[in-house]
Design a protein around this ligand. Structure first.
Ligand SMILES: NC(=O)c1ccc[n+]([C@@H]2O[C@H](COP(=O)([O-])OP(=O)(O)OC[C@H]3O[C@@H](n4cnc5c(N)ncnc54)[C@H](O)[C@@H]3O)[C@@H](O)[C@H]2O)c1
Length: 442
């Protein structure tokens, strides 16, 4: 085994010029994200929850005075001062009006940002009510085919880039969760997909049309919702062809964040888990959309996958074979964006004696999601400049249902995900990877 694993071969283009961040879906998460960045740039708030802004990575040995620079000192990431924001929505509201409607951020804070927020207005959306049954909007593009809609989005992207004098772009889906769709024939190859776009195949949802438009143009794309979007072979292949980094699915924010922090700990101590019951109440528009069974199914599948991979019941049948996992989301308007997530975990210890753990997380959905949008945008842009394309597994850290390359198992354990993220940053920055082997390597 070589003592040092130094990578000097990777070259990264500088983060020069302006980065445009495009958001299909400009509701609670998107407005909280944009207003947050503006507030940080104005010096009236801190980007708490964002690793790209506040995180540090250890470089070199674990000496008594370890070298732990900020991530921005390890890799060349885009400066927050040089961003432009844009996007699409089915409602015409500008970002000030949409943020007031979302009712996440304090009105006094929003009023301080009113001028720049009001200037950002959504472009007309590619939308079809069949995929989000609880919403209807009028600010929607009309075309005969899905291919024509994809081309209209590409024209929007090009125009946004020119109008805002951006050097580079990224796109992060912050739109509503679409109905559950399973991967089918039309998703298998790019030829089948493009034919499907021309023939209006119902298996092609609007989020896939945005993903296609972005990837086709080489614009990095992340999917913050649980619907498939770019998680289909056709778009994964296209991403490789156009050298575009992609990541998905579903921002890992409240309950699932807690799950992927706690479950690895229980597993590490060989404690058995007999059941994990999770329920939520939330009252924002996202909660309303998820109140429809077809849309909830998409979220449910995304949330359920997490524990299976962490507990590996096939390898540890005595501990996890028949554990019961249930997830519910209840739409309860009085709570707005301030979700409450309860977990009841039935565990057993030595000689099978039962115990219980209860979690009551009074969280704020969009406050947890906004820094994830920022980090995904910043890191996808870094990937692109570092010549990395296709699925960016190192960004699984941010995602509830991470996309993994074909034949590879996704990683859910947050500590493994963090390790991968940090090592990828060391790799891009040209530093030794840390693998905790022996004194010299720790
Ligand atoms: N907030 C969280 O903690 C969290 C966590 C994980 C995932 N998510 C996902 O992020 C997404 C956004 O959440 P939110 O709370 O901002 O919801 P939201 O309802 O406030 O905003 C979504 C916006 O998307 C718009 N929209 C729907 N379909 C569209 C389309 N085809 N094109 C353009 N706009 C479209 C809606 O009009 C709405 O304004 C949801 O899918 C949600 O499930 C959120």
């Amino acid at each position: 085994m070589s003592k040092q694993q130094v990578n000097n071969s990777i070259s990264v283009d500088p983060a020069s010029g302006k980065l445009g961040i495009l958001l299909p879906g400009m509701g609670a998460v998107a407005t909280t994200f944009i207003a947050g960045v503006l507030a940080v740039n104005k010096g009236i708030a801190q980007p708490i929850g964002s690793l790209s802004q506040m995180g540090r990575v250890r470089i070199g040995k674990r000496t008594t005075k370890p070298n732990k620079p900020l991530i921005s000192e390890v890799v060349p990431i885009q400066n927050l001062k040089n961003l432009a924001f844009g996007g699409w929505d089915i409602f015409k509201d500008n970002m000030y009006e949409a943020a007031v409607h979302a009712n996440v951020l304090d009105i006094n804070l929003l009023n301080k940002l009113k001028a720049p927020l009001s200037k950002i207005t959504p472009m007309k959306a590619v939308f079809d009510k069949n995929y989000v049954k609880k919403l209807s909007g009028t600010h929607v593009k009309k075309s005969k085919t899905k291919m024509a809609l994809a081309k209209a989005l590409m024209a929007d992207i090009k125009k946004f880039k020119t109008d805002n004098k951006c050097s580079r772009l990224v796109m992060v889906w912050c739109g509503s969760t679409e109905i559950y769709i399973e991967e089918g024939k039309v998703h298998k190859t790019i030829e089948a997909f493009e034919k499907g776009l021309k023939e209006n195949d119902p298996q092609i949802a609007p989020s896939m049309i945005y993903a296609y438009a972005a990837i086709k143009m080489g614009v990095p794309y992340a999917n913050g919702a649980p619907n498939l979007s770019c998680d289909i072979p056709a778009l994964v292949d296209l991403a490789k062809k156009t050298q575009t980094p992609i990541a998905g699915k579903d921002f890992k924010t409240g309950q699932t964040l807690m799950k992927t922090i706690l479950a690895p700990g229980l597993k590490a101590r060989a404690l058995a888990v007999n059941g994990w019951f999770s329920t939520n109440i939330l009252g924002n528009r996202d909660g309303e959309v998820l109140d429809d069974p077809d849309n909830f199914k998409t979220k449910e599948v995304s949330k359920l996958g997490v524990l299976e991979e962490i507990f590996e019941p096939d390898l540890y049948p005595e501990l996890y074979k028949d554990f019961y996992h249930k997830v519910r989301i209840n739409y309860y308007p009085p709570r707005g964006d301030n979700k409450e997530g309860w977990d009841n975990i039935d565990i057993s210890g030595w000689l099978n004696y039962p115990m219980q753990i209860k979690i009551d997380f009074l969280c704020r959905d969009s406050i947890l999601a906004a820094p994830i949008v920022l980090d995904l945008a910043i890191f996808l842009d870094l990937s692109k400049r570092a010549g990395m394309s296709g699925i960016q597994e190192w960004l699984s850290f941010y995602l509830k249902s991470p996309q993994a390359p074909k034949g590879r198992q996704a990683i859910h354990d947050i500590f493994k995900q963090l390790h991968k993220l940090e090592n990828t940053l060391r790799y891009i920055g040209g530093h030794d990877l840390i693998h905790h082997l022996g004194q010299d390597y720790e």
